[in-house]
Every structure is written in structure tokens, then in C-alpha cells.
Design a protein around this ligand. Structure first.
Ligand code: SF4
Length: 365
């Protein structure tokens, strides 16, 4: 039997305006980009530098850095001057003090993230926008369920969705009235359902590019699931131009989770996909350990490869055949499949070595 033909569903992306953040295009049909935020203290130079390098190495496309005070501006400037951001745009995350936004722009960032509501609105926002315009940098308007303007909340009788949507639309009007268009908007809630319904409503009203995220999603397991559900639903609707998976975890894990969400929807191709069965009473090998070994063989591999590791002959041969390289375990032996055909049947004890050899060849081609 030939390899199965997979469903050819293609997500229709919503039309948004294209903006530029450093060398990266966001919106207007550009690939959905993956962002993260550094977690090291800016004053700890070696830690922040190695975090930035690790983020770049794992494919992060935008790095955001919190700028809580004046001292942070000096540290940020050093990183910019040390050319840490020549290959990746850097965004300064500012709350409360608009002067920090002005100083960050002077320091040479590619973008800033502000919430006009908490930097004093009016003239202060206008000053920041003017500075952004003069340096041709981007702004993200970051609306968050935890910090909505109290006046808007009161007017909307405390209803989160209408308050967040109104807040987003009001900020869009402010930016456009100031003649500024190089901006995107985010409206993150910590509840998955709120996130979905707020973004859907905003997307219907504007073509401003959207940065998606479920805010404060939680630790690795819980946060990845909440983000996958929330972002997955929106992305499948065609909504979203850039994403961040917020995890109480090391920042490279956020990037990996982001790419896994996008690649599972075929919005981005990102290296290796591993199909493995959940195991059951028919399994006669330590499959979780074998899968961990296969995973370790693929760290850093950028090739677009589908690998399958299956516990028995029920679904094993079918899945292994549909992978680029697959193992289907039998009673004493295991079959190694390459691109849809059995390459060899060998003892279970040596199959993993055979698999490793074939994987090397695939990676090199
Ligand atoms: S492939 Fe076989 S071992 Fe794996 S879950 Fe299915 S029936 Fe069980």
C-alpha cells in the first residue's frame, strides 16, 4: 500500500497590515513569527548575554526585554552597543514611565511595547510615538486583562471582553490619529476562552496586525496546553501574526512551544516531528525510553523530518510507513521503515542503532 495522503487543509490567514520590526516583517501574510521575553536580570551581563544567544540559536525571532528603571536603560544600551541584536529585533517593554520608552528608543531598540493607558496617555503617548516615528521603529500596544483602564472597565460594567476590545480600538484610534501605523496590538487574557473571544472580536474590527498570547499561562505543562488551545483555535481561524507562549520556564522553552504550535498547524515548518504511540498492554519494549533517545538524536536538527516510533504491529507499520523514518516493534524483532518501505527487520536490541545510522544519512542529505 502507498503512503497515506494527508488532509490538505490550508489555513486562510486574515488580512492584516504589514509592519516592520527591525529586519522582520509582521502581518500582511508574513510567516507567523515566534517571540520570547528574557528572564535574566539585565544587570547580570553574562546571564543575559547567554540567554539572548540561546534564544537566537533556538529560532526566536523577536526578543523582548523588561525595562523597569533607568539603570536598565544603561544595561540595554550596552547590549545594543555589543551588537547582540544584529540578527534579531529587540523590543523594550515599558510600563508606567514614558521617559523609559524615550530613553530605550535612544538606546537603539527596534521596537517598544507600551500600554498608553498606564504611561499617562495624551501628550506622553504623543511624545513616545513621535520618537518612534523619527527612528522608524515599531510599537506594540499591549493590552492585558490584569491592567485595563479603570474608566473603560467602569463604562463596560466590568465586563472583560467589551472592556478589552474597547481599549484596543481606542488605542488604535490614538495611534492612527497621530499618523503612526507601524504598530501591532495584543490583548492577552489569562483565561483561554476570554483570549479567544477578545481576539476574535478585535480581528473583526481592524486590520492592525495581532500579537497573540495567553498571558501568565503557567508552568511548562499547564502553560503549553493552555497556550496551544487558545492560540491554536485563533491561528486555525487565521487570526494572529506573531505569538508568544508565556511560560513559567526558561525562555527557549517558550520558543520551542511556539514553533510546535505553529508547525502542528502547518503554519511554520520547524524541523523534526516525532510520532510515537502512547503504549498499552501490547507494548513489549521500554518505548518511553526509546522515544527519549530518538528525541535526543534530534536536538538542534533543522531538517523537516517526520519520525515514527511505534510499539506494536497494530498501528506501527501504518504510522512508520507514513514517516520519513520509522520503527514498528514486533514480538522479537522490529522493522525499520524508510520513506514508506521496510528497509530491514532486525533484533529489537539493535534497532535503535540502525535507526540512528539512517537518521544521520537523512540529516546529511
Ligand atoms: S501501537 Fe500497539 S503498542 Fe502502541 S498503543 Fe497502539 S496497540 Fe498499543
Amino acid at each position: 500500500m502507498d503512503r497515506l495522503l494527508e488532509i490538505d487543509m490550508k489555513i486562510q490567514r486574515k488580512k492584516t497590515r504589514k509592519i516592520k520590526l527591525g529586519g522582520l516583517e509582521i502581518g500582511g501574510g508574513s510567516p507567523v513569527s515566534v517571540q520570547s521575553m528574557t528572564k535574566s536580570k539585565l544587570s547580570n551581563t553574562s546571564a543575559i548575554k547567554s540567554e539572548i544567544k540561546e534564544l537566537i540559536d533556538c529560532g526566536c525571532e523577536v526578543i523582548r526585554i523588561a525595562i523597569p528603571d533607568k539603570e536598565a536603560i544603561q544595561d540595554l544600551k550596552k547590549l545594543v552597543d555589543d551588537k547582540l541584536f544584529t540578527d534579531i529585533p529587540v523590543v523594550a517593554d515599558i510600563h508606567f514611565d514614558y521617559r523609559l520608552a524615550l530613553e530605550s528608543i535612544k538606546a537603539g531598540v527596534d521596537g517598544i511595547r507600551i500600554n498608553p493607558g498606564n504611561i499617562g496617555g495624551g501628550e506622553r503617548t504623543a511624545k513616545v510615538v513621535e520618537a518612534a516615528k523619527s527612528k522608524d521603529i515599531a510599537i506594540r500596544i499591549g493590552i492585558n486583562s490584569g491592567s485595563i483602564d479603570k474608566k473603560i472597565l467602569k463604562k463596560n460594567k466590568g465586563i472583560l471582553k467589551s472592556s478589552m476590545v474597547e481599549s484596543a480600538m481606542e488605542n488604535i484610534r490614538i495611534m492612527e490619529k497621530l499618523g503612526f501605523y507601524n504598530f501591532k496590538i495584543s490583548a492577552k487574557a489569562s483565561s483561554v476562552l476570554d483570549t479567544i473571544s477578545v481576539y476574535r472580536a478585535i480581528s473583526e474590527k481592524t486590520q492592525v496586525p495581532l500579537h497573540l498570547g495567553v498571558t501568565e499561562a503557567g508552568p511548562m505543562f499547564r502553560g503549553s496546553i493552555k497556550s496551544s488551545v487558545g492560540l491554536g483555535v485563533l491561528l486555525a481561524d487565521g487570526i494572529g501574526d506573531t505569538i508568544r507562549v508565556s511560560l513559567t520556564e526558561r525562555s527557549p522553552e517558550e520558543v520551542r512551544a511556539g514553533y510546535l504550535i505553529l508547525s502542528s498547524l502547518k503554519l511554520r515548518a520547524m524541523g523534526v516531528d516525532i510520532i510515537s504511540c502512547p503504549t498499552c498492554g501490547r507494548t513489549r519494549v521500554d518505548l518511553p525510553e526509546i522515544v527519549r533517545e530518538v528525541e535526543s538524536m534530534t536536538v538542534g536538527v533543522k531538517n523537516d523530518l517526520k519520525l515514527a516510533v511505534m510499539g506494536c504491529i497494530v498501528n506501527g507499520p501504518g504510522e512508520a510507513k507514513n514517516a520519513d523514518l520509522g520503527i514498528a516493534f514486533g514480538k522479537d524483532k522490529a522493522a525499520l521503515f524508510l520513506k514508506g518501505s521496510v528497509l530491514k527487520r532486525v533484533s529489537k536490541n539493535i534497532i535503535i542503532d540502525e535507526f540512528r545510522e539512517e537518521l544521520k544519512k537523512l540529516i546529511e542529505t
